[in-house]
Design a protein around this ligand. Structure first.
Ligand SMILES: Cc1cc2nc3c(=O)[nH]c(=O)nc-3n(C[C@H](O)[C@H](O)[C@H](O)COP(=O)(O)OP(=O)(O)OC[C@H]3O[C@@H](n4cnc5c(N)ncnc54)[C@H](O)[C@@H]3O)c2cc1C
Ligand code: SF4
Length: 598
C-alpha cells in the first residue's frame, strides 16, 4: 500500500463564457456532496470556493497528524503575532472581536484549542472577516473542503424524534421529511465515505452501516456497564472515519496513529472524511467537475425576465477582480450562515428582500447546540496501570440523548447527548498535578490514563426571533456587507444546561467514578460549530424558504443544500445529515433538470 496520493490538478482552465449545468458555491461537506452526486449523474458542474486551494501534499504538511508536541519548535503553538480568541473575550467584548487588536492575525477560539499551528492557514483571520451584533463564537474555515479539514468527525443520524419533533412535544415545526425518506441516503453516505461504530438498535439514534468500531478502554467499558443499569447507553464514538477502508484512491483506512485526539486536528492520510479527498477529487476524476478556488461569491445573479437564477457574481479573492459564472442551476452550499448572507445579498427588483426570501424567513429560525456543562472523573482502578494508545483512535464514546423520549422533564423540552473519552492523551490531565521532580513525574505517569471526562451538546430551539441580517455599515476585506447577529440562548437552553451537569454527576457517581470536577458554565453562543436553520425547509412557502428537496419555493432553479435547510437542530451532530440531504436533493435536481422542469 502506498500512502502518497496524487490529487487531480486544481489549476484547471475555467471557462466563464460557458453555461454550466450547475454552479455550486462552497466546497465543504454540502458543496462537496453536491459535486459528487451531480458529476456522477453526468452534469457539467462548476464549483466556486472562496478560500485557497491546498494540494494534497500541502494540506498534509499543514495537518501533520503524526507530529508530537516535542517535534514542534513551539509545542504546536501559533507563531508570534497570532492570537486565538478566548472564552472571556467572547463574553466581555462585542463583535467584531478583532477590531483594534494589536495582533497581526486573530482567529476563533479553535486556534487556541491546543495545536494552533496546525490551523493557522485553515481558520479565517477575523481581521479580514468581521461580523457584528450579539456575542457569537463563529468558527470559519475558508479553503478547499471548508471545515471538513478539521472537523471532529462525530457522525450521527437524526431520527423521527427530530424530524417529527413538533408531533412529539408540540414545539416548532416538523420537517417536511421523515426518517424513512432520508434513511436510504444515510446508507449511501455510510457506504461511500465509511463510518465506524457499534449497533445499539436505538429508535432515537438510528444505527449506520458501520465499519469496525473504535475500541472502548477499561474505564469506558465500566461506565457503559453501569449506564446500562440506568437504562442509558454509552456507545463507541460514531466516527466519520473509514476503519476498514473504502474504494477511494485518495484515502487510507485508519491506522490509529495519534492525532485524532489533538484538537484541532486533521487526518493526513484521510481516513477521517474530508470533502476534498472524499468527494471533490473523485468528482474531478469523472471529467465533469471544474473547480475554481479563490472565488468569493457575493450575489446569485437573476434573469430579469424570468426571475430565475442565471449564475453567480463573484470576486477573485486575490486580485479582487469582479467576475460572473453562468449556469442552469445555482446550488448554494457556503455553510449555514454564509449561505444566508449570500441569499440576503442577492437583491434584485424581482427579489427585493434577497433571493428566495418572499417568506422573510431567510436568516431566521437559527438553531445550533448549547454546550459547556460536563464532568471529569478519576477511575481509581486505572491509577498506575500500563499505558494504552488512546490518542490513536478517532474518538472515545458517545452517550445518546435520554431526556424527553418517553419521559417529560419539568424544566425543558428536547434533549442532549455527551461526547467523552478516557485514557492516555498527548496532554494528560494529570500534568496539572502539584509538585516537581521525580515524584511529580511519577504522579503524572501513574494518573495519566486514569481520568475520564465528557461534555454535553444540547438542542437549541429554533426561534424566529433568533436571526442574522446584513450590517448596513460594516464590510469585509472584499467590500462585502457582513452578517449582524441577533441571537441568544433562551430559558429552555439554560434549564437544559443545568440538567446536563446534574445528570453527568449522577452517572459518574453511579459508576463509582470519583468526581474531580463538574463544569456548569455555558459556553458562548456558536461554540458548538453546529450552526443550522437560516433557510429552513417546509411545505408552506409563507413560513419556510425551501421545499423538502432544498429547492427554493420562490426560484425553482435555486437550491440551498447545507445546514441552513434544517428545521430543528436535534442534539446530534449535523454533518452526516447535511450530506444525506444534499445527496437526496441533488438526485431530485438532476431528475428535474432532465425533465426540463428547472
Ligand atoms: C473543529 C470542528 C469540529 C467539528 N466537529 C464536528 C463533529 O464532530 N461532527 C459534526 O457533525 N460536525 C462537526 N463540525 C461541523 C462540520 O465541520 C460542519 O457541519 C460541516 O463542515 C458543514 O459543511 P458545510 O459544507 O455546510 O460548511 P463548510 O465545511 O464550512 O464549507 C463551506 C465552504 O464554503 C466556502 N464559502 C463560504 N462563503 C463563501 C462564498 N461567499 N463564496 C464561495 N465560497 C464560500 C467556505 O470557504 C467553505 O469552504 C466541526 C467543525 C469544526 C470546525
Ligand atoms: S487516528 Fe485514524 S483517523 Fe485519526 S488521525 Fe490517526 S489515522 Fe487518521
Amino acid at each position: 500500500m502506498t500512502l502518497i496520493k496524487v490529487a487531480p490538478p486544481l489549476d484547471q482552465e475555467v471557462d466563464l463564457t460557458k453555461t454550466y449545468d450547475a454552479v455550486i458555491v462552497g466546497s465543504g461537506a454540502a458543496g462537496g456532496m453536491a459535486a459528487h452526486v451531480l458529476t456522477e449523474l453526468g452534469l457539467k458542474v462548476l464549483l466556486l470556493e472562496a478560500g485557497k486551494k491546498f494540494s494534497l501534499p500541502e494540506i498534509n504538511a499543514e495537518l501533520r497528524s503524526m507530529q508530537w508536541p516535542y517535534d514542534h519548535p513551539r509545542r504546536g503553538d501559533f507563531p508570534p503575532g497570532n492570537h486565538a480568541l478566548s472564552f472571556n473575550e467572547y463574553q466581555i467584548r462585542k463583535p467584531p472581536y478583532a477590531r483594534g487588536s494589536a495582533f497581526r492575525h486573530v482567529y476563533s477560539y479553535v486556534g487556541g484549542w491546543g495545536g494552533s499551528d496546525y490551523v493557522k492557514n485553515i481558520l479565517v483571520d477575523e481581521k479580514e472577516h468581521p461580523y457584528t451584533g450579539t456575542k457569537y463564537a463563529w468558527v470559519r474555515a475558508r479553503l478547499l473542503g471548508g471545515k471538513t479539514n478539521i472537523w471532529g468527525r462525530l457522525a450521527l443520524r437524526l431520527s423521527d424524534y427530530d424530524f417529527k419533533g413538533k408531533t412529539h412535544d408540540g414545539y416548532g415545526e416538523d420537517w417536511p421529511i421523515s426518517y424513512a425518506d432520508i434513511a436510504p441516503y444515510y446508507d449511501k453516505v455510510d457506504t461511500y465515505l465509511g463510518i465506524s461504530g457499534h449497533k445499539e438498535n436505538l429508535p432515537h439514534l438510528p444505527d449506520s452501516l458501520f465499519q469496525r468500531p473504535v475500541k472502548l478502554n477499561l474505564a469506558e467499558v465500566q461506565l457503559r456497564q453501569k449506564l446500562a443499569g440506568m437504562g442509558r447507553v454509552l456507545t463507541p464514538y460514531r466516527a466519520g472515519v473509514t476503519t476498514d477502508g473504502v474504494k477511494n484512491k485518495y484515502r487510507n483506512h485508519c491506522m490509529g496513529r495519534g492525532a485524532c485526539n489533538r484538537r484541532p486536528g486533521g487526518c493526513d492520510i484521510h481516513a477521517a472524511f474530508d470533502s476534498p479527498t472524499g468527494l471533490i477529487y473523485p468528482a474531478m476524476d469523472t471529467g465533469n467537475l471544474t473547480v475554481r478556488t479563490n472565488s468569493t461569491c457575493h450575489e446569485v445573479l437573476v434573469d430579469r425576465n424570468t426571475g430565475k437564477a442565471r449564475g453567480i457574481g463573484f470576486v477573485d479573492s486575490v486580485t479582487k477582480k469582479s467576475l460572473e459564472a453562468k449556469a442552469k442551476v445555482v446550488i448554494v452550499a457556503a455553510s449555514t450562515l454564509e449561505s444566508a448572507r449570500l441569499l440576503l445579498l442577492s437583491k434584485s427588483p424581482q427579489h427585493p428582500n434577497g433571493i428566495g426570501n418572499s417568506s422573510g424567513h431567510v436568516g431566521h429560525n437559527f438553531c445550533e447546540h448549547v454546550m459547556g456543562p460536563g464532568i471529569t472523573g478519576l477511575v481509581k482502578d486505572q491509577v498506575g496501570k500500563s499505558h494504552t494508545l488512546d490518542d490513536g483512535r478517532p474518538g472515545g464514546f458517545y452517550v445518546p440523548r435520554f431526556r424527553n423520549l418517553t419521559d417529560k422533564q419539568p424544566g425543558f423540552i428536547r434533549g442532549y447527548g455527551f461526547e467523552g473519552g478516557s485514557g492516555d492523551e498527548i496532554f494528560p490531565p494529570s500534568a496539572d498535578a502539584p509538585g516537581f521532580g521525580a515524584a511529580y513525574k511519577k504522579h503524572v505517569r501513574d494518573y495519566a490514563g486514569a481520568y475520564i471526562s465528557m461534555g454535553a451538546f444540547g438542542e437549541v430551539l429554533s426561534r424566529f426571533e433568533n436571526y442574522m441580517d446584513l450590517d448596513p455599515e460594516v464590510k469585509d476585506a472584499w467590500g462585502i456587507p457582513v452578517l449582524r447577529f441577533h441571537y441568544e440562548f433562551g430559558d429552555n437552553e439554560k434549564k437544559m444546561a443545568e440538567d446536563m451537569a446534574v445528570s453527568a454527576k449522577e452517572m459518574f457517581e453511579e459508576a463509582g467514578i470519583e468526581v474531580v470536577g463538574v463544569d456548569r458554565e455555558v459556553l458562548t453562543e456558536g461554540w458548538s460549530i453546529h450552526e443550522l436553520g437560516t433557510a429552513r425547509m417546509g411545505n408552506d412557502p409563507k413560513t419556510s424558504v425551501l421545499n423538502q428537496f432544498q429547492q427554493s419555493h420562490d426560484v425553482k432553479n435555486l437550491f440551498v443544500v447545507d445546514g441552513s435547510s434544517h428545521v430543528s437542530a436535534s442534539c446530534q451532530n449535523p454533518t452526516w445529515t447535511i450530506m444525506a440531504l444534499a445527496w437526496r436533493s441533488c438526485e431530485h435536481l438532476a431528475d428535474e433538470l432532465k425533465r426540463g422542469n428547472l
